[in-house]
Design a protein around this ligand. Structure first.
Ligand code: CA
Length: 226
């Protein structure tokens, strides 16, 4: 069994690592969300222990991205606050369980055993923004009733924008999410593909959904460009 621990606090990370090793897990530890996404998409973990409070991308966002790219490893979130809103947010974004810090290690292990027994459960969230719909599992995209044929890169770009609707996403972030490690590091590649994307999801429908934010990146309108 292999577990991924996502925790930036060194003491807590070491504690989790030691406890899980004793329980017979192989354990990888990463200190932030972007490394967690990279690791979890490359390796099929039997369980992911995900702290909510992380520098940069928080645990909620990590969970949302993992489910968005089809990673279904069981996720248990560690929340610092006993806030109902936090727990609901975590579960809504695809977490399987949560524990409030401080927690007993025995309880964490018991919860993990239950999750690992159950295994990964696919609950693909279909992304919807206005009349745009994207299904990460079937890799289909629609504008209203019309299905749109996108290339793999266009699909990845749109998926990234839809996961962060209403937020400005930098060219760098788009490169990082839509291109693999071998990409040519030229930001105009993104501009070219954004143009292709607009030609497919906007222009034929007489709408404009992707805004260019000068010097910052791109933003998908919350209304989906209706
Ligand atoms: Ca933390």
């Amino acid at each position: 069994m292999r577990a991924l621990v996502v925790e930036d606090e060194l003491k807590m990370a070491a504690l989790l690592r030691r406890g899980l090793l004793e329980e017979g897990y192989a354990v990888d530890v990463v200190p932030n969300g972007s490394e967690a996404v990279v690791r979890a998409s490359a390796t099929e973990y039997d369980a992911i222990v995900l702290d909510v409070m992380l520098p940069g991308m928080d645990g909620f966002e990590v969970c949302r991205r993992l489910r968005g790219i089809g990673v279904w490893s069981p996720v248990i979130m560690l929340t610092a606050r006993d806030a109902v809103a936090d727990r609901v947010a975590g579960l809504d974004l695809g977490a399987d369980d949560y524990l409030t810090k401080p927690f007993s290690f025995a309880e964490l292990l018991a919860r993990l055993r239950a999750l690992v027994r159950r295994g990964p459960v696919e609950r693909p969230p279909v992304l919807e923004v206005g009349s745009l719909r994207l299904d990460p599992t079937t890799r289909e995209v629609w504008r209203g009733e019309a299905e749109i044929d996108l290339s793999a890169k266009e699909f990845a770009l749109l998926e990234t924008l839809m996961c962060r609707t209403g937020q400005v996403v930098s060219r760098f972030d788009l490169l990082e999410h839509a291109w693999d490690y071998a990409y040519e590091n030229r930001s105009n590649v993104v501009d070219v593909y954004i143009r292709y994307l607009r030609e497919k999801i906007d222009r034929p429908f007489g709408v404009s959904s992707i805004e260019t934010i000068r010097g910052a990146g791109y933003r998908l309108r919350k209304d989906g460009g209706v």
